[in-house]
Structure formats: structure tokens, C-alpha cells
Write a protein that binds this ligand. Structure first.
Ligand code: LLP
Length: 467
């Protein structure tokens, strides 16, 4: 019988087995397809993405690097667009945004959700059609609202009474009418990490349906001549697998939608159900595909609309992670390897790579699970339970908590971590004055730079102190 160990499961032989779902690989060189972008292949232990062997990519662009598979990104974007053909699909730029990706999205016919002036500036530089942009945020500044109205964004998702007033004034001063959605809180407990759940009452987003604030917000938007009410918006959280949360939220939001039509006399032509669709980070995750999601969500909404005897609003969704998450992996070079004895005689191998919490904060912040594989040579030696850690001055600087890597993992090996497309580069930092890695696109055997690696000059550019 294994016994509980603070950092895993120690067996009688003293070996650590990791969390219950982690299996020793029967073939350490095989890829688990669900975790990788679709063009990923491994041959003789060398991982290729988009037809580019990663050792070659690293020789050309250095490490660490995020590797973005263009064909995979586009195919996931198209899969959402096609499955939700009667909806508007807004890609959530907070997951990962740059001008290249914004162009791909425009070409694939998606819309774009931005949540800051910075993301809006990327959309502008990419010449993304502004009527297809939605602007989010619980505390947009006056300057951000002015810019959004000037640029003519298609909709602003309002999040507070203060903001309704501010936006109405900005639009009136600029002589514009702005499309508005009211972000509501459906009171749902989403089964995800507390920090990324957003539909329970005790958090900062949205107007509460239960308290009556949401209906009052609808009234105020409706009463403002410079605002055009489009409908309600609900986002229950992120990395969600269970559609029952969406179901409860949709039911409550549609009930409010019907009430608003009845009591306020508004039209409410649209409704947005947000994003949050989960992806596989490890073999324990089993995400739905866009077609399944579309069928389930549409069934729920149509059923509720029939029951409430209201017309089906034009629906939209906002997937971020489910499009870009699996399209990117991160490639690192191993720098040091340390075998550490744990209480009870078990041992763990610490594999240090040339990046860490500055390029992937999700493990430290959300206790997220990732996996890793050697990308530069065939595996040798038996599998050893390993922890992939970064180079930062912090013990919590962990990239992959538990993974079986070959016991002979050594300095100079390349390691690749899949599923790092969402919320890794976009949440990257310069902690310890790390240089944020580049995003290297791959397609048909060629690489192209999407975001270049930062330089020391970039770091020092903001340091204007006088010596
Ligand atoms: N729509 C709204 C209003 C959102 O707030 C979000 C995510 C999305 C759509 C997209 O959610 P997605 O489909 O990507 O799950 N940093 C966290 C996730 C925070 C999500 C914030 N909002 C993480 O790394 O897991």
C-alpha cells in the first residue's frame, strides 16, 4: 500500500509515485495527442512542431521559447467558428494576444474580446475590424473608454453603475452611440480554481442578478441616449469542464433577459455566455470539443427560450484558452539536475530549466498541472519521478510539479511543456529581471518570429534613474 507523503505517494520501496493519476509511461517517447498541437510529432526522440524539429528552432532562436503552431491555432479558431456558426465567436485576447494572432483571427472570421487599453492598441495596430471588438474590464479608465469609443468598438461590456455613467458621458461628448452589454453575476459556483471563478456573488465582477442590481443596470443603460443596449453578458469562470455551470447560468441570465424585456420594455437582441471552456493539461483532463459544446449550449438556450416564450437572442461566446492553449508549447534547455532525498527515503529529481515562473506563473498561482517531455533525443534509462523547476530565486518556482522523465536527463537536453498557449506569455513577468522569451511561429517546416525575445536593453529602457 502506498503511504501519503507531503509531496506525492511513497511506496514501500521508497519510490515516489506522484499524484494518483500520473502513470509511468510505457513508451517515454510517445506523445499524448490531446496535450499537443496537432502537427506535433516525435521521431527518434526529437520533437517537431509544424514540421520544425525543436533542436533546430532553438539553434536559430535560442531558449526558452514559446512555439506557436499556426495551423493548429487556425484550425481551433475555425472549429469554434464552424461549430458555433449562428453565434459570434469572440476570441478572448487575455489568453494570448499579438498582432499576428489578431490578423489570423480576423482572417478566420472571429471577433475579439479585449480587456485593456493595451489589448485594444494591439487590435488597432493589427487593423482588426473595430466593430468586431468587445471591450471588457471592471475598472476601465476614462482614457480607455474614450479610446474605445473613438475607435468605434462594437460593444462595451459594462461592469458597474459608475462605468455606465462614465461611458454615457464619454459617448455623448464624442457625439457617438455605443453598443453596450451588461455583465451579470449569475450566482453559480463554477468548479474551478477560486481565482478564476467569476459567477459567484462574492467577487468583483458584474452586476448581481439576485440583488436586483443587474435589472437596475439594464434600466440605466436603456435610459442613456448615448448607449444602445445589446443584451446581457455572463462569464462563469475559466478551465471549466462541467457544462452544468453554464446551464444554470444560462437559465438565470435568460430569466433576467425575459424580465427586462417585460418590465423595462427593452429589445435585448443579443446575449453573451462568456468563455471558460477547459483544455487538457494532463491525461486526467477530458475536454469537450467545440461541436459538443455548441450542441449542449444551444440545446439549453433554445429550451429556456421556448419555456419563457421569448425570441432566441443572437448568442456569442468568448473562448480564449480552448483556442490558443494547445497551440503553443514552451521549449526549455536543462541547466542542472539534482537528486534530492525526501523524508522516508524517497528521492525526487529536480530538473532546472532556463525559464520558470516568469514565463509560466500558472503552476505557482493556481497549482496548475503540466507535463513535459524530452524534445532533443530518445529517452534513456528508467522513468524517474521528476520536478521541472525554473531558475528564479523562489522555491515555488515550479513549472511541472510531477512528471516521469528518463533517469538520465542531463544538462543540455531540451524539454518541451505542452499547453502553454493560454495565460503563460500573457501573464509572463520580468521577475529577477528575466527576459521574456520570444513566441516563434511554425508552419510548413519554417519558423517566423511573432514576438521577439526581450533584451537587456528592453529591461533597462524604463530605468531612467540618474547614476
Ligand atoms: N470572457 C471573459 C469575460 C473572461 O473574463 C475570460 C477569462 C474569458 C472570456 C476567457 O476565458 P477562457 O476561455 O480563456 O477560459 N489567468 C487564468 C485565467 C483567467 C481568465 C480570466 N478571464 C488562468 O491562467 O487560468
Amino acid at each position: 500500500m502506498p503511504t501519503a507523503h507531503p509531496s506525492g505517494w511513497a511506496h514501500a520501496d521508497g519510490a515516489l509515485r506522484g499524484p494518483h493519476w500520473l502513470r509511468e509511461p510505457s513508451d517515454p517517447d510517445a506523445l499524448v495527442p490531446l496535450l499537443w498541437s496537432r502537427t506535433a510529432t516525435k521521431s527518434d526522440g526529437v520533437l517537431s512542431i509544424g514540421g520544425v524539429p525543436l533542436p533546430e528552432l532553438v539553434r536559430e532562436h535560442g531558449s526558452p521559447a514559446y512555439v506557436l503552431d499556426e495551423a493548429d491555432f487556425r484550425s481551433r479558431a475555425r472549429a469554434f467558428r464552424d461549430a458555433f456558426a449562428d453565434y459570434d465567436v469572440f476570441y478572448a485576447g487575455k489568453a494570448f494576444l499579438c498582432t499576428t494572432v489578431a490578423r489570423w483571427l480576423a482572417e478566420e472570421g472571429l471577433s475579439l474580446d479585449v480587456c485593456s487599453g493595451g489589448e485594444l492598441a494591439v487590435a488597432e495596430r493589427a487593423r482588426f475590424p473595430m466593430e468586431r471588438v468587445g471591450f471588457h474590464g471592471n475598472n476601465k479608465t476614462l482614457g480607455e473608454l474614450e479610446r474605445a469609443v473613438e475607435l468605434g468598438v462594437g460593444r462595451v461590456i459594462v461592469d458597474s453603475f459608475t462605468e455606465i455613467e462614465r461611458l454615457a458621458d464619454v459617448a455623448a461628448e464624442l457625439g457617438r452611440t455605443v453598443g453596450v452589454m451588461v455583465r451579470v453575476t449569475a450566482g453559480v459556483e463554477a468548479h474551478t480554481h477560486e481565482y478564476i471563478a467569476t459567477a459567484h456573488e462574492d467577487q468583483k465582477f458584474g452586476f448581481s442578478i439576485a440583488s436586483g442590481d443587474a435589472l437596475e443596470a439594464v434600466r440605466r443603460v436603456h435610459a442613456a441616449p448615448s448607449l444602445r443596449l445589446l443584451g446581457l453578458h455572463s462569464h462563469i469562470g475559466s478551465q471549466i469542464f462541467d457544462t452544468s455551470g453554464f446551464e444554470v447560468a444560462a437559465r438565470r441570465v435568460l430569466a433576467l433577459h425575459a424580465r427586462a424585456i417585460e418590465e423595462v420594455g427593452v429589445e435585448m437582441p443579443e446575449m453573451d455566455l462568456g468563455g471558460g471552456f477547459g483544455i487538457a493539461y494532463t491525461t486526467q483532463d477530458d475536454p469537450s470539443d467545440p461541436a459538443q459544446l455548441a450542441t449542449e449550449i444551444t440545446k439549453i438556450v433554445e429550451h429556456e427560450c421556448r419555456a419563457l416564450e421569448i425570441a432566441l437572442p443572437r448568442l456569442s461566446i468568448e473562448p480564449g484558452r480552448a483556442i490558443v492553449g494547445p497551440s503553443m508549447c514552451t521549449v526549455y534547455e536543462v541547466g542542472t539536475v539534482k537528486d534530492v532525498a525526501l523524508d522516508g527515503g524517497a528521492r525526487r529529481t529536480y530538473v532546472s530549466v532556463d525559464g520558470g515562473m516568469s514565463d509560466n506563473i500558472r503552476t505557482a498561482l493556481y497549482d496548475a498541472d503540466y507535463s513535459a517531455t524530452i524534445a532533443s533525443r530518445p529517452s534513456g534509462g528508467p522513468p524517474a519521478l521528476s520536478r521541472v523547476v525554473g531558475k528564479h530565486c523562489e522555491a515555488g518556482d515550479i513549472v511541472v510539479k510531477d512528471e516521469f522523465l528518463p533517469a538520465d536527463v542531463r544538462p543540455g537536453d531540451l524539454l518541451a511543456v505542452p499547453g502553454t498557449g493560454a495565460y503563460c506569455r500573457s501573464m509572463a513577468s520580468n521577475y529577477n529581471h528575466a527576459l521574456r522569451p520570444p513566441v516563434i511561429g511554425v508552419r510548413d517546416g519554417k519558423t517566423f518570429t511573432v514576438l521577439r525575445r526581450e533584451t537587456v536593453a528592453d529591461l533597462l529602457a524604463t530605468d531612467v534613474g540618474v547614476l
